[in-house]
Design a protein around this ligand. Structure first.
Ligand SMILES: [Zn+2]
Length: 238
């Protein structure tokens, strides 16, 4: 039986190491994308805080602007009232009276606008506070996840290096003819596994039924045999 053959067992060991390395390589390759994704998530959260803070700031400066307008209109009203005390002619008095009425009306509109702005400021303050509290905590978690990912990359590199030397060892131990067959298979088969056990005369690599020739080659002749459907090396697990 091929799988009882100690040379074949060495090839199986090499195969499992190769597969582990492929998975780790892919993981390492994927890490920068994960980190990038994490960074963009962090940026979105931070932008949300910044947007809330900017909204609050713009409302506050609008309020300051209205406040100045109110002060200036009030001053104007006071000045016109003083003038009114000094004028002698009735028409002049009436003209000032009309202007004061108009200014007072304007003042009342500005005051309404200020109240509306102050209410918006209250809302924006609340939003900013919620954003800062909630999002800061969220950002902290994301930053930690990012640190984890960076650490994972370092660990993976160490593991891959270790595995590389194990693979080298394995290759030295596998019989040359088996190694050659295995390398050829790796070139032909697009995806791992490159070696798959047969179950009920089905290749577990491609899930298709192999011919009788294939199974008898494995069982009887006990030589390196390939699935006639996918090209993977097949064997019986016992
Ligand atoms: Zn197959």
């Amino acid at each position: 039986m091929l799988s009882n053959n100690s040379d074949f067992k060495k090839l199986l060991l090499l195969h499992s190491r190769d597969r582990r390395k492929l998975v780790m390589d892919r993981e390492l390759e994927n890490l920068p994308h994960l980190i990038e994704h994490m960074e963009s998530k962090i940026k979105i959260e931070k932008d949300t805080i910044a947007a809330a803070a900017a909204e609050l700031k713009s409302l506050e400066s609008k309020n300051n602007f209205i406040e100045n307008e109110i002060n200036s209109i009030s001053d104007h009203v006071s000045r016109q009232k003083n003038k009114q005390l000094q004028v002698k002619k009735n028409e002049e008095y009436q003209a000032l009276e009309n202007e004061i009425t108009r200014l007072v009306q304007q003042l009342s509109e500005k005051e309404d606008e200020q109240i509306e702005t102050l209410l918006k400021i209250d809302g924006a303050k609340e939003t900013t506070e919620i954003a800062q509290n909630k999002i800061s905590a969220k950002v902290d978690v994301l930053e930690l996840e990012k640190v984890d990912l960076l650490g994972k990359g370092d660990l993976l590199k160490v593991d891959i290096q270790k595995l590389d030397s194990e693979i080298k060892e394995s290759r030295l131990e596998v019989e040359e003819i088996l190694l050659l067959g295995y390398e050829r298979t790796k070139k032909v088969v697009a995806r791992p596994p490159f070696i798959a056990p047969l179950e009920d005369q089905k290749c577990t690599g491609c899930n298709l039924r192999v011919s009788n020739d294939v199974s008898s080659s494995v069982l009887v002749e006990q030589k390196l045999t390939h699935c006639d459907q996918c090209g993977r090396i097949v064997y019986f697990e016992r």
